[in-house]
Design a protein around this ligand. Structure first.
Ligand SMILES: [Zn+2]
Length: 187
């Protein structure tokens, strides 16, 4: 056995280069494409001049960003679309000299929070969605007393979309993605 001069890995005598980082027995740095040759997926080799652990510096660890599941992306982009509609609504009201506060604007930061896999935005979205569903359904039902109410179908559509979003975000597999990120990034 010999000790790798770069990463201090114990390496068998039959090997001429460190199996972990590619450094040669005599200290020759690993070739640039060493990781590709080894089929190491996305891992950056501990290149030759790396400071060893014994010197008090942790070896370089490649950061892996968890991927956003496509279904979460779909939910996020629907939020973005809703946020844009809300923004247009607010802009239109301002144009007509009326101050309008539309809680739908929250959909924009929610979109980016979900795309970042933010645990806080995920938790808040799971609280806000049932409120939105309740308010929209309630308003749609109450509006049946009115002879003409053009927003009823919009409210119902919004409630149905929100129920879909809630069901996606509350799936155990989707919850797990946000929890994993919580451990990995906010440490
Ligand atoms: Zn090594």
């Amino acid at each position: 056995m010999w000790e790798c001069p770069s990463c201090r890995q114990r390496v068998e005598d039959r090997l001429e280069t460190c199996w972990k980082c590619g450094t040669g027995r005599d200290g020759t740095p690993a070739p640039v494409d060493w990781a590709d040759e080894q089929g190491v997926d996305g891992e950056v080799p501990f290149a030759a001049p790396a400071v060893s652990e014994s010197q008090g510096v942790l070896p370089y660890e490649p950061v892996r960003r968890p991927t956003v599941p496509p279904v979460v992306k779909a939910v996020a982009y629907v939020f973005l679309a809703e946020g844009i509609v809300a923004a247009i609504h607010v802009a239109w009201a301002v144009y007509r000299n009326r101050l309008s506060i539309n809680p739908g604007l929250l959909a924009v930061p929610i979109c980016f929070g979900l795309l970042r896999l933010s645990p806080a935005w995920h938790a808040m979205t799971l609280v806000l969605l049932p409120i939105a569903i309740f308010v929209c359904t309630g308003e749609a039902i109450l509006s049946y007393g009115l002879a003409w109410y053009p927003f009823r179908s919009i409210l119902i559509a919004f409630a149905v979309v929100s129920i879909w979003q809630y069901r996606v975000l509350s799936r155990p597999a989707v919850r797990a993605v946000f929890e994993r990120d919580n451990q990995g990034e906010l440490k």
